[in-house]
Design a binder for this molecule. Structure first.
Ligand SMILES: Nc1ncnc2c1ncn2[C@@H]1O[C@H](COP(=O)(O)OP(=O)(O)OP(=O)(O)O)[C@@H](O)[C@H]1O
Length: 338
């Protein structure tokens, strides 16, 4: 599938291109992790990079941060090519990896001092002031003397974000910062990122497989799957990509395979998506694309009752309005959920 660029220029008061990714490819052996990706990010915007596990998001961020060298293509941060002028380019970026990079036996402040020294902040007073600022930004100012080994997973992620901000970057890469953490820390991270963009003018590339987070934070979104960016545009442009079609979700118990087969050939159903439900789950999620939900639902229910009554139990039925999940479905025939 070829890339669809729905809008060249991001909306709002954003500036010149701060990140330019041009035709980047990265292979691991025979596997293509990033496949000929081009993407621009303007100063002041928050771009969401949305895709399922294994889509290539981390590899693309690692390439853009100068951590993983691509096999082809170029990456420019501001005016600097990240591979030709890494020192200058890296000064402009902060990178928050998925894995926490902290010393558990050191306190929060000692960890920041270590990262500050690595970032070249030599002046002790300047570093101290900057540590206070970033600790406050992530809401850890009261815990700065605590050892990191006593922190929750969410607090460690927040400290990692603080460390990435010490040298006052213009562009922040966040690689799935909310995976596997408590809801309070998740809320805190989302609020911190929003404030950094709105109040400090930071430019952010935020990767996630949670469409709600991207809808909440970002002005533009790029959908990535199997190493390719399938579409780039404003949230509204991408949400509407499914066009006039609607999505009906059925949660069924029993012989879900028979229900899937029946619905896949039903005239009211355009397509049944593969959904990544858990193999041991009691219910199976069937995601249907239909022309009009109000017409299709009575026919679908009648077919299930007359042909599979007793073998399948319907637990829930939901109609989805166009959102990033339905866009992903329209583009790939699969659901985002994992
Ligand atoms: N160091 C590596 N060696 C071999 N294969 C790799 C390596 N890193 C990533 N891959 C493969 O490249 C593909 C893209 O992985 P990547 O981690 O970039 O995806 P992702 O979208 O960030 O997914 P996740 O959210 O699971 O990290 C996957 O198929 C992955 O298995």
């Amino acid at each position: 599938m070829s890339l669809r660029v729905l809008s060249e220029e991001p909306p709002g008061s954003v500036g010149s291109t701060l990140l330019e990714i041009e035709r980047v490819t990265k292979r691991y052996g025979a596997r293509i992790a990033v496949d000929d990706v081009s993407l621009n990010v303007s100063a002041g915007e928050c771009l969401g990079l949305l895709g399922p596990n294994g889509a290539g998001k981390s590899t693309l961020l690692a390439a853009a941060s100068g951590i993983v060298r691509p096999d082809a293509g170029s990456i420019r941060i501001g005016t600097w090519d990240i591979w030709k002028r890494p020192r200058e380019a890296k000064r402009l970026i902060g990178f928050v990896p998925q894995d926490v990079a902290l010393y558990p036996t050191l306190t929060a402040r000692e960890n920041l001092a270590f990262w500050g020294a690595l970032a070249g902040i030599g002046d002790a007073r300047a570093l101290c002031k900057r540590m206070d600022e970033v600790l406050e930004l992530v809401g850890l100012e009261e815990r700065d003397r605590d050892r990191v080994r006593n922190f929750s997973g969410g607090m460690k992620r927040r400290l990692n974000i603080a460390a990435s901000l010490l040298h006052e970057p213009s562009l922040l890469f966040l690689d799935e910062p909310t995976v596997g953490i408590d809801p309070q820390s998740r809320r805190h991270i989302l609020d911190t990122v929003r404030n950094l963009v709105r109040d400090k003018g930071l430019t952010v590339v935020y990767t996630s497989h949670y469409m709600e987070e991207v809808e909440d934070l970002c002005t533009r979104v790029a959908i990535i799957d199997q190493g390719k960016v399938l579409v780039v545009g404003t949230l509204d442009e991408v949400k509407n990509i499914a066009g006039e079609h609607e999505t009906v979700e059925l949660e069924v118990q029993g012989d879900a395979e028979a229900a899937r087969t029946l619905l896949a050939t039903h005239p009211a159903v355009l397509a049944v998506a593969e959904s990544g439900g858990k193999a041991d789950a009691a219910e199976t999620l069937l995601v249907l694309r239909v022309e009009r939900a109000d017409h299709a639902i009575p026919q679908i229910l009648a077919a299930l009752i007359s042909q599979l009554g007793g073998r399948v139990t319907l637990r829930t039925l939901r109609v989805r309005r166009p959102d990033l999940e339905t866009a992903f479905l329209a583009l790939t025939g699969r659901t985002l959920r994992v």
